[in-house]
Write a protein that binds this ligand. Structure first.
Ligand SMILES: *[C@@H]1O[C@H](CO)[C@@H](O)[C@H](O)[C@H]1NC(C)=O
Length: 207
């Protein structure tokens, strides 16, 4: 408390001390912000917002193949508010039936940037007149079974390798999206697709 007038002013030493205190607090806050921004990595979220299958035929001669038309809408969110992602390898989607891959498409090229905090939407349209698939008899039976119901279990496996702003380690992102796709006529509008959240594989160290 100020009793006499000269006690109401801070001495030179007190001022110095206050400056040091503010300095220390500022550095701690800055470090916390940098830590939150660049050290603590949050994982992407991936969903399949929409999908439509208009053809899904199993061909058995000369080899087993799948003739299909599939379109997908993928939504990928980068929840890091300070780190953008950049593909260091192409972002690829592989399509599988009964655990066997029957096609592979590129979602985005190497060098493609995904800004911090942003959500990117990718529309994929793919088709084949007969993409080779090694199904085996169990897989063929599964196909026959599913074709009776008109709904096929197709898995979309996503792989991507990215670098993040200010981070040295490049990270592999792998996710699997299990889809139940009802076969529809190309002009049909009746099918409602239930959004699917893709399951991320466990990340590597520092990723
Ligand atoms: C499948 O795709 C091909 C080529 O993109 C197109 O010509 C064909 O009409 C499509 N068929 C169906 C059933 O959607």
């Amino acid at each position: 408390m100020c009793g006499r007038d000269d006690d109401c002013y801070l001495t030179r030493d007190e001022v110095k001390y206050l400056f040091i205190c503010f300095g220390v607090v500022a550095v701690v806050v800055l470090l916390a912000v940098l830590l939150a921004a660049f050290v603590y990595l949050r994982h992407v979220t991936i969903t399949v917002e929409d999908a439509s299958l208009t053809r899904f035929d199993l061909l058995t001669s000369p080899v087993t193949g799948i003739a299909y038309n599939l379109s997908l809408t993928l939504k990928v969110r980068n929840p890091n508010w300070a780190m953008s992602m950049k593909n260091v390898e192409p972002f690829v989607a592989a399509y599988r039936f009964d655990g066997q891959q029957f096609d592979r498409v590129q979602v985005a090229a190497t060098g493609d940037k995904h800004p911090a905090g942003a959500t990117r939407v990718y529309h994929l349209t793919s088709s084949s007149q007969g993409a080779f698939v090694s199904l085996g008899s169990a897989g063929e039976q599964e196909y026959t079974k599913e074709s009776k119901t008109g709904t096929f279990d197709v898995e979309v496996a996503l792989t991507r390798k990215v670098s993040y702003t200010a981070r040295y380690t490049k990270c592999k992102i792998e996710a699997v999206c299990p889809l139940k796709l009802q076969l529809v006529k190309p002009d049909s509008t009746t099918v409602v697709f239930q959004k699917v959240t893709c399951k991320l594989q466990k990340a590597e160290k520092n990723c």
